[in-house]
Ligand binder design. Structure first.
Ligand code: MGD
Ligand code: MGD
Ligand code: SF4
Ligand code: MO
Length: 707
């Protein structure tokens, strides 16, 4: 491993992938770079504190007599391997599964997919991106022929004179995107922001619409209808670059402003104003975030906004969230995909990957279950063993009490993580892995730009690099011949070859070009190719070069508020914490800023129920109840509550969420549930916690080795 006392790298948190210099002592300095212009947000600035953190896992753990006990690497790997072997022998290879993550580098994601298919021989490999980008990814694939997120460089943003931002709180979630958006605004771009809350991001907006959660589809359909009625579409663009317009238009007939206003809880005038603003644009851009796609109609909703963009001759992009959310979904850790976005059921794609892996195509399993379907198969007893790497599915999945029960009960759960996550607490084997800066690697940011993260130090004594761990497990499973690598670069070189000629072609993006600081966007088919910053500039990625309109008739949410659950609950993020908080809840600076999840509620709603700011309130859905301190937010819809999902234990908001899935991409409905709200008597006010697994305190199992 090539390590230095300090190294140029990129942040471990969001999909911006800001450039930074990291020192082995944890000091962080922003680097000048087109992504972040020499600045970092508070998460990036704090990230170095993960290095040398006291809670770091420094020895493998194996469950003995119900407790996780420290043990040797030899024993832990043996127990991990024997568990998978035993399950395969008793119940078949398909009874094992792999659950990956979008924080993993391209090399780790690639090797994890290969591990599932060749070492475990199971089709069931999927990842947390299923909960994140899968709706927008599926929609872009269907409509544009390719999913490459934002599909343009950040520097292009000021080119648009109107930007419609749907369900994205960039100010807290992609903080370093804000300077790009601000620059656009200063140059005259007018923003329309669609969010049930008037967030800091919405301060950009010339027009803010606050629809009911889960109703964006009705809004998009109505905007298309109104603009078509007013003959304000780009008919040349529709004729030259698309197909299927007439049918899509038929599907929105009757979607008047009055109808959409009724469905969305808006004023007809607000929808008409949005239509007029869009019509006034020479060039508009529509961008979607998780507010638009994390619901059981996420694909249809994203498609409806793509239809709108195509009809206007405007452009469309979606904002990826996780550090390597983009690369992570291209490298073959998805149930239906092989590296390079290859189709696991397409014979030519299978042959291409099998050739690089040195196996027969028949050896590659077919399509497996998606993330939540894996959890359902565990509940049925069909899947009995699982390797988790780069995810924390207990707190991040809907109906999480049910998920926890099933994972705790399964025969064999193995987790590779650098900190003991909620999921790891229920494992049979925990293997201490590396942080992002302890192993060289590449990621692909929200623009589709590939960046190189250099290791600044090796993993601490007792922990190992994730790549090394996967290779050791593969050896134990009898597949060692396919897992011989001397460095992350060797994995990357194989990955380039496996994606050669595929949609997400990395072949021309060599490690050396990245080291030399070249700005490279995939696809990049050869070493002298400049890469593709704007894949749809000339043609879309379908064989005929045309984008597809796809009809998107409106469907309501699975759960609508009605007595005894009269309010909407929606969920999302705050600036100071990241996803399930397994990293950020351990960082003092961030914890101090934001020690617990707050329930955002409109003051009118709160006062009607006798709730003052800071009071403890109970939120209940059909599935569970949880208690939070009340935060007045006069900028949220009075019929809607908002709770961030970064915490665990009793305050894990996913205990309440509805596990209904989008039929096309299997995205859960994270943005809509029907709930009730009530005050909690003072006497009961201490009966909750959000920190079941943090640190050594109060956890007898880990005290022995965290001391
Ligand atoms: N600080 C921080 N940054 C992060 C993350 C983090 O956890 N913390 N996570 C990263 C990841 S993985 C992701 S995917 C991104 C997510 O980034 P965003 O998509 O910006 O994040 P969210 O907060 O989930 O949702 C965005 C907004 O959607 C709104 N919303 C809720 N329901 C609806 C709805 O039905 N319709 C509409 N239009 N809006 C709705 C919420 O009020 C919220 O303001 O952030 C990334 N960056
Ligand atoms: N209610 C609700 N639920 C949601 C969402 C929401 O908006 N609302 N958003 C969803 C979204 S967008 C997402 S992306 C998911 C995220 O869901 P999860 O992926 O399940 O949550 P993370 O916190 O990202 O878990 C990552 C784990 O991997 C570990 N890790 C990080 N990097 C590495 C690495 O390089 N190697 C190894 N071995 N481990 C690593 C971390 O320590 C952490 O424990 O949550 C989803 N769940
Ligand atoms: S914007 Fe994202 S990538 Fe940049 S420093 Fe903040 S969390 Fe890290
Ligand atoms: Mo995400």
């Amino acid at each position: 491993m090539n390590t230095l006392p300090s190294a140029p790298t990129h942040c471990c948190f969001c999909a911006m992938q800001c450039a930074m210099e990291l020192h082995a002592d944890g000091a962080v300095k922003p680097l000048p770079h087109p992504i972040n212009g020499g600045k970092l947000c508070v998460l990036g600035l704090t990230s170095g504190e993960l290095l040398g953190h006291a809670d770091r896992l420094r020895t493998p753990l194996v469950r003995k007599g119900g407790r996780l006990e420290p043990t040797s690497w030899e024993e832990a790997l043996e127990v991990a391997v024997q568990g998978f072997r035993h399950i395969a022998a008793e119940h078949g290879k398909n009874a094992n599964a792999v659950y990956g993550g979008g924080s993993l580098s391209n090399e780790k994601a690639y090797l994890l997919g290969k591990f599932a298919r060749l070492a475990l021989g199971t089709p069931h490999v999927d990842y947390n991106g299923r909960y994140c980008m899968s709706a927008a990814a599926a929609a872009q694939n269907l409509a544009l022929g390719l999913d490459r997120g934002l599909n343009r460089p950040l520097a292009d943003l000021p080119r648009y004179d109107v930007i419609l931002l749907v369900g994205s709180n960039a100010a807290e979630c992609l903080p370093m995107l804000m300077p790009h958006l601000q620059r656009a605004k200063e140059g005259g771009t007018r923003f329309i922001v669609v969010d049930p809350r008037r967030t800091t991001t919405a301060n950009l907006a010339a027009l803010h619409l606050a629809p009911r959660p889960g109703t964006d589809l009705a809004l998009a359909n109505s905007l298309l209808y109104l603009l078509a009625e007013a003959q304000q579409l780009d008919y040349d663009f529709i004729a030259e670059r698309t197909q299927g317009f007439e049918e899509a238009l038929r599907a929105v007939q009757g979607c008047t402003a009055a109808w959409a206003a009724e469905v969305c809880g808006l004023m007809p005038r607000e929808i008409e104003q949005a239509a007029q603003l869009l019509a006034s644009a020479r060039k508009a851009l529509i961008l979607t975030g998780r507010g638009a796609d994390q619901n059981a109609r996420g694909v249809a909703t994203t498609l409806a906004f793509i239809n709108l963009a195509l009809a206007l001759g405007a452009e469309f992009g979606t904002l990826t969230g996780q550090a390597n959310g983009q690369g992570g979904r291209e490298m073959g850790q998805k149930a239906d995909q092989l590296p390079g976005y290859r189709d696991v059921e397409d014979p030519a794609d299978r042959r291409a990957v099998a050739r690089v892996w040195g196996v027969e195509p028949e050896q590659l399993p077919g399509k497996g279950y998606s993330a939540f379907e894996i959890l359902q198969a565990i509940a049925r007893g069909e899947i009995r063993g699982m390797l988790v790497m780069g995810a924390n599915p207990i707190p991040s999945s809907p109906h999480s009490d049910w998920v926890r029960e099933n994972l705790a009960r399964m025969d064999h759960l193995v987790v590779i993580d650098s900190f003991l996550s909620e999921t790891a607490r229920h494992a049979k084997v925990v293997l201490p892995g590396a942080l992002w800066c302890e192993e060289d690697g590449t990621t692909t940011n929200l623009e589709g730009r590939v960046v190189l993260r250099r290791a600044v130090c090796p993993p601490p004594k007792g922990a190992r690099s994730d790549l090394e761990i996967l290779c050791a497990l593969a050896v134990g499973l009898g597949a060692g011949q396919y897992f011989r690598y001397g460095s992350p670069k060797e994995v990357y070189d194989e990955l380039r070859r496996a994606t050669k000629g595929a949609k997400a072609d990395y072949y021309g993006i060599t490690w050396e070009r990245l080291e030399a600081g070249e700005e490279l966007f995939w696809p990049c088919p050869s070493e002298d190719h400049p890469g593709t910053p704007r894949p749809f500039a000339e043609r879309f990625a379908h064989a005929d070069g045309r984008a597809r309109f796809i009809p998107t008739p409106f469907r309501p949410s699975a759960e609508e508020p009605a007595a005894p659950y009269p309010l909407y609950l929606t969920t999302g993020r705050v600036l100071y914490h990241y996803l399930t908080g397994n990293h950020t809840r351990r960082l003092e600076r961030l914890k101090k800023k934001c020690p617990e999840p707050l329930l955002e509620v409109h003051p009118e709603t709160a006062q009607r129920l006798g709730l003052a700011e800071g009071d403890l309130a109970e939120v209940s859905s059909q599935r569970a109840s949880a208690r939070y301190r009340v935060k007045y937010n006069p900028k949220i819809r009075p019929d809607t509550l908002f709770v961030p999902f970064h915490w665990d234990g009793q305050q894990a908001i996913n205990r309440l969420m509805n596990p209904v899935l989008d039929p096309i991409c299997q995205m859960p409905e994270f943005k809509v549930a029907a709930v009730s709200l009530s005050p909690v008597a003072q006497a009961e006010a201490t009966l909750f916690s959000n920190e079941t697994q943090m640190g050594a305190k109060g956890n007898p199992v880990v005290e022995s080795f965290f001391a």
